[in-house]
Structures are given as structure tokens and as C-alpha cells.
Design a protein around this ligand. Structure first.
Ligand SMILES: O=C(CO)[C@@H](O)[C@H](O)COP(=O)(O)O
Ligand SMILES: [Fe+2]
Length: 218
């Protein structure tokens, strides 16, 4: 099980130190929540902050950018340039954005690509793209803010995606994001998730390393 602390819950006055703190505590990935105030009702940070995080953590740490933005096709090259390892875009943009071309462009730039679904979006929205992604992200909160409660009803989507993957011999990872801590991690794992994003339960834990270890051993 990969654990990806979300930098959204970090102390923003200490962003570089906070990013390093996550890896020192045993994080597998660092999750970077990018919000544009259009796709979600919040604004966070953009490619320049991601590039600063890369400088802080060094060349080998895995950075996972979750783009909650309406124009990922326009902006993804800037996140590639910032040095992230994976760029995840939202399936809800289907019809507005050429998702196939964007996913292909991300991969051709040498970066892994992912497709995310909101709690209200059926997993089948990913179906046309499942051969073309490295990861599917199943949101377990309505995106926009950290610190929300886990929505257990999305676990059925994780089960369905895991079943599809097995049946088709596919290898994409299944990530879950939102409201995840020690209590939710075993449920996510049982359903078939491979990577858990956790903001509040890691950065705001008394011991980040204990919090990460507990979730990983779920
Ligand atoms: O993408 C999002 C929210 O939109 C998440 O990555 C959250 O930032 C996770 O934070 P917690 O729910 O774990 O506090
Ligand atoms: Fe996220």
C-alpha cells in the first residue's frame, strides 16, 4: 500500500520543510492538490509551488499532482516542467477537454497519467481510458477542501475497478483520496485500493511516521 500525504494539510509557511518532513516520516509519494477556483470552490497553488517542492525534496522523491482545474490540457506542460512524476486529471471534464489527447500528451512528456472520478461520477466514466492510464483516483470526498468526512459509498467503485483490472489483466493503480486515516485504510485496502492520499491524518498527526505506518500496514 502506497501512502501519499497531501501537502494541502501542511503548514504553508514552511512548505519545503513540510514536504521533506513527509518523506522523512516514510511517505511513498507526496500528493499536490492543485485547485483553480473553477473546477472546485477553492484555490490552492500552481506549477511554481510544485517546482519549489521538487527543489526541496530532491530529484528522486515521487510527486503526484492532482489537477482540480478546468483546463488541464492547457496547463499540464507547466506541471511536467515543474518536475512532478504523475499528473491526474478529472473525468468530469469529458466533452469539455479532449481527455485522450491530454492523457497521451502527459505520457509522451515522460510523466505518468491518472484519471480521477468525483463521488457522484460513476466509475464507468473511466472505461474508455482504462488502457491509457497509470492510475485511477476514486475521490472519497467532494473535492475542494481537506478535512472532510470519508464517503464509504465510493468503495463499491473501487471494487468494480479492481474487478475490471483483474478481468482485463490491466495494471493501473487505484488511488483513493479524502477523509482517510487509520480507521478507513483497511476498508480501502479490502476494496482493492493500492494508494491512499491522506492530508489531515498525516500532517496533523502527533507522529506522522506512526500515522503513515499504521495506514500502510492496514
Ligand atoms: O483532493 C483533495 C481535496 O480536494 C484531497 O487530496 C484532500 O486534500 C485530502 O485531505 P484529507 O481529506 O485527507 O484531509
Ligand atoms: Fe487530492
Amino acid at each position: 500500500m502506497l501512502i501519499a500525504p497531501s501537502l494541502l494539510a501542511a503548514d504553508f509557511t514552511q512548505i519545503g520543510n513540510e514536504a521533506r518532513r513527509a518523506f522523512i516520516a516514510g511517505a511513498d509519494w507526496l500528493h499536490l492538490d492543485v485547485m483553480d477556483g473553477h473546477f472546485v470552490d477553492n484555490v490552492s497553488f500552481g506549477p511554481d509551488v510544485c517546482a519549489a517542492v521538487r527543489r526541496a525534496v530532491g530529484p528522486t522523491a515521487f510527486l503526484d499532482a492532482h489537477l482540480m482545474i478546468t483546463a488541464p490540457d492547457h496547463y499540464y506542460p507547466r506541471f511536467v516542467k515543474a518536475g512532478v512524476n504523475l499528473i491526474c486529471i478529472h473525468a468530469e471534464l469529458d466533452g469539455q477537454v479532449d481527455l485522450s489527447a491530454t492523457l497521451r500528451g502527459i505520457r509522451e512528456a515522460g510523466v505518468q497519467c491518472g484519471l480521477a472520478v468525483n463521488p457522484a461520477t460513476p466509475w464507468e466514466a473511466c472505461l474508455p481510458y482504462l488502457e491509457a492510464v497509470d492510475m485511477v483516483l476514486v475521490m472519497s470526498v467532494v473535492p475542494g477542501f481537506g478535512g472532510q468526512s470519508f464517503m464509504g459509498e465510493v468503495l463499491d467503485k473501487v471494487r468494480a475497478l479492481a474487478a475490471w483490472r483483474k478481468e482485463h489483466g490491466a495494471s493501473f493503480l487505484i488511488q483513493m483520496d479524502g477523509g482517510i486515516g487509520a480507521e478507513q485504510a483497511p476498508l480501502c485496502r479490502e476494496a482493492g485500493a493500492d494508494c491512499l492520499v491522506a492530508g489531515s491524518s498525516t500532517f496533523r498527526a502527533k507522529s506522522m511516521s506512526d500515522a503513515i505506518m499504521t495506514m500502510r500496514n492496514a
